[in-house]
Design a protein. Structure first.
Length: 164
């Protein structure tokens, strides 16, 4: 009887942890500069594996988000968001991660002000290879076949949602 109880308790404990999703630790980015791709990183951990970590972003007030995948870089997961154009006032973004139990967790949506010269620590992507090879995914077929004009499409591969 004790063996059955122990197995049952272990199963309940695993099920409880499975419903939690990954932990994401990232500080909001207050500002950036126009015409420079942004490097955004976060510490993402889980009891098991991380299946995906993504940055969802859009021009402030836009209807739909796009996303870029984040890659593990030894300590953190990082991704590169295309450069906002000078006419773009702000970018909204959030980070989402999914663990090997397919449990998602996401951060709140944050606002990054796009300012000319008054941003003390802009999150500029310094790796030219990463800045020149950004893959952006649409989240809705209404987004069409190209990146929103609020962002520079130089070095960007845009993947639209294909209607089935």
């Amino acid at each position: 009887m004790k063996a059955v109880s122990l197995v049952f308790l272990l199963a309940l404990s695993t099920a409880a942890r499975a419903g939690e999703g990954p932990e994401i630790d990232s500080q909001p980015i207050p500002c950036t500069v126009p015409e420079k791709p942004m490097a955004i990183c976060a510490r993402v951990t889980a009891d098991g594996q991380i299946n995906a970590a993504r940055i969802y972003f859009r021009k402030e007030g836009a209807e739909f988000f796009n996303f870029v995948d984040m890659a593990f870089g030894g300590l953190n997961y990082c991704g590169t968001v295309p450069a906002p154009r000078a006419k773009t006032k702000a970018v909204e973004y959030y980070i989402e991660a999914i663990d090997d139990n397919f449990e998602p967790r996401r951060l709140s949506t944050y606002r990054i002000a796009v300012t000319e010269g008054s941003c003390e620590f802009p999150p500029i992507q310094k790796d030219q290879a990463k800045a020149a090879a950004i893959t952006v995914h649409a989240t809705n077929k209404k987004q069409g076949r190209k990146l929103d004009e609020a962002f520079d499409s130089t070095g960007v591969t845009f993947i639209p949602v294909v209607a089935k």
